[in-house]
Design a protein around this ligand. Structure first.
Ligand code: 13P
Ligand code: SF4
Length: 332
């Protein structure tokens, strides 16, 4: 039997505690952000892992692919990007003439850290036949060294579209890469990087929560290890999780991805119960980088138009082509 009250209240408490500010202050900040947005003719793009109060003031909330597609087509003069740094960089690469601000410049990503551009360059030199497919969770410098970019939402399609006869190098997520090999049957050399959040779930954690909630399908992100993915009823990007949960006849679902996703799912599927998959030491799992962004920092970055994403014209140019290739293949 699922204790829904416990699950829902726990979510609300966490959001309140993290914000560390009163509901009245949250409301005032949200109102100020809305006025600033109009004044600046800005658009606020937010990733599914952002805290609830940021998702609630955003113009668009989605996965990395949706956010890149929104950034590619926005007519707004200023882009306010609530996610991690590589995501804001992608928006800048797609809009070199616009101002792109983000609440916290230090919001990084363990996958990005695992693949420094100089190490990738040296590895590429070992095989001139490499065709490099880079998961979007990497720096602009790494994108500039790649042939095409992919996200978790389109990785299978991007790999299927890769030129035959080339040796595929997939960077930097070994777990997403191995999942794509399973789906496509196309061999690839995998960079040994991973997401520190998603590798925390173990086979045992998932078995335990599944036993507690029999009948609740398990939905997992492809950044999870194979041992976890093999227990999942669905493996997909965060945006596809919304579609899967909406279409599912189940009234309760177990979600193995970052906890911010639960707010988005509860908003989109109000009648359903979402159970965070626990790790060995916590009832859910958060990305410390995604959680560096707060409503106050969002307000301040809009008020000061800082911090901004700045990239050299050389990187802007070289990183653009593989992103455009991804967007073109995704639109086919
Ligand atoms: P999605 O593109 O599926 O939202 O994934 C982004 C991410 O950082 C997962 O950890
Ligand atoms: Fe990077 Fe993992 Fe955080 Fe996603 S959840 S931004 S992959 S560290």
């Amino acid at each position: 039997m699922i204790d829904t009250t416990e699950i829902q209240v726990r979510g609300t408490e966490r959001e309140g505690v993290r914000a560390g500010i009163t509901p009245a202050r949250l409301d005032a900040l949200s109102r100020d952000i809305m006025s600033l947005k109009q004044e600046l003719k800005a658009v606020i793009l937010a990733h599914n892992y952002q805290v609830a109060e940021i998702q609630d003031v955003a113009d668009f909330v989605g996965d990395s692919l949706g956010l890149a597609q929104q950034a590619a087509k926005t007519s707004a003069e200023i882009i306010v990007f609530c996610g991690v740094h590589f995501m804001a960089e992608t928006a800048k690469i797609l809009n070199p003439g616009k101002v792109v601000v983000l609440p916290d410049r230090d919001a990084g990503c363990s996958l990005e850290e695992s693949c420094p551009a100089d190490r990738l360059r040296a590895f590429q030199a070992s095989n001139p036949n490499f065709y490099t497919i880079a998961y979007i969770n990497c720096s602009a410098e790494v994108k500039a060294l790649s042939d095409v970019i992919c996200t978790s939402g389109n990785a299978v399609r991007i790999v299927e579209a890769a030129p035959p006869g080339k040796d595929l190098l997939f960077v930097p997520d070994e777990n997403l890469g191995s999942w794509v090999i399973e789906q496509t049957g196309r061999p690839m050399t995998l960079w040994q990087g991973n997401c520190y959040v998603h590798v925390e779930w173990t086979h045992a954690n998932i078995l335990k929560i599944r036993e507690k909630h029999p009948g609740a399908p398990v939905v997992a992100h492809p950044e999870c290890t194979r041992a976890v993915r093999m227990l999942a009823d669905e493996v997909c990007s965060t945006e596809k999780m919304v579609a899967y949960c909406r279409a599912s006849s189940a009234s309760a679902l177990i979600i193995a991805t970052e906890a911010g996703m639960l707010h988005r799912l509860r908003r989109e599927c109000p009648g359903k119960i979402f159970i965070p998959a626990p790790t060995s030491h916590c009832a859910c799992n958060e990305c410390r980088f995604m959680k560096m962004n707060t409503l106050e920092k969002l307000h301040d970055c809009m008020a000061n138009l800082s911090p901004r994403v700045e990239l050299s014209s050389e990187i802007l140019k070289r990183a653009r082509a593989p992103i455009d290739r991804m967007l073109e293949i995704s639109a086919r």
